[in-house]
Write a protein that binds this ligand. Structure first.
Ligand code: COA
Length: 178
């Protein structure tokens, strides 16, 4: 798979929710994993899900290997962090999907899987917005290639920053093509 020539499509993946029977043993995203996303999936994600704190979706490729995963939950973003001009004071909170975790297997990187995961999350949030308010996708990540990776896909950096290393980004679902 190549990000430029042959980007992954839905036919390349089967998406499954993490469950007690999921075999995670072959999944490894520990390379360049400053955010400890490998540990999270192996040690915490299932319990996290049982506590209704975040649902993890696994993306199986056609060889039935887990190519990547995302963990999502409900969230919000304060108006003052966005560029949106809407009546009301800055303390207003906008409804959002919280993209808590997103990672790709070491051996599947730079072939468009991460891009596919983002697009899947955008579609997922758009669908959710039919049944309940959900205007944005929000996440926190490290400054550097990760923020570039997201901005390339239409995410914007928040006006109010968290700290020097961590940035909050948001995606306005109104900008997403249906
Ligand atoms: C960040 C991550 C998800 C990207 O996944 P991926 O499948 O490699 O991404 P893609 O193949 O879709 O790449 C898309 C773009 O991201 C950028 N990119 C991805 N990895 C990069 C890296 N290591 N260095 C610089 N740019 C990178 C490139 O701009 C690339 O575009 P290009 O193909 O035109 O060069 C993956 O590196 C990863 O899982 N990292 C560890 C976990 C993590 O940090 N997740 C992000 C947490 S919020």
């Amino acid at each position: 798979m190549s990000a430029n020539n042959n980007p992954p499509t839905p036919s390349n993946f089967t998406v499954k929710k993490l469950c007690d029977k999921t075999d995670l043993s072959s999944f490894d995203c520990s390379y360049d994993d400053e955010l400890r996303l490998n540990d999270f999936l192996h040690k915490e994600a299932f319990e996290y899900q049982q506590e209704d704190m975040g649902v993890t979706y696994l993306f199986y490729n056609n060889d039935n290997e887990i190519a990547g995963y995302v963990t999502v939950a409900m969230g919000f973003i304060r108006k003052k962090r966005t560029h949106l001009s809407v009546e009301g004071d800055d303390k207003i909170h906008f409804p959002a999907l919280w993209l808590g975790r997103l990672a790709v297997h070491n051996h599947q990187r730079k072939s468009g899987v991460g891009t596919y995961l983002i697009k899947w999350c955008i579609g997922f949030a758009k669908k959710a917005s039919v049944d309940m308010g959900c205007r944005f996708i929000v996440l926190v990540t490290k400054e550097g290639y990760r923020t570039k990776f997201y901005t390339k896909h239409g995410f914007q950096k928040c006006i109010v920053e968290l700290d020097e290393n961590k940035k909050m980004l948001f995606f306005d679902l109104k900008n997403a093509k249906s």
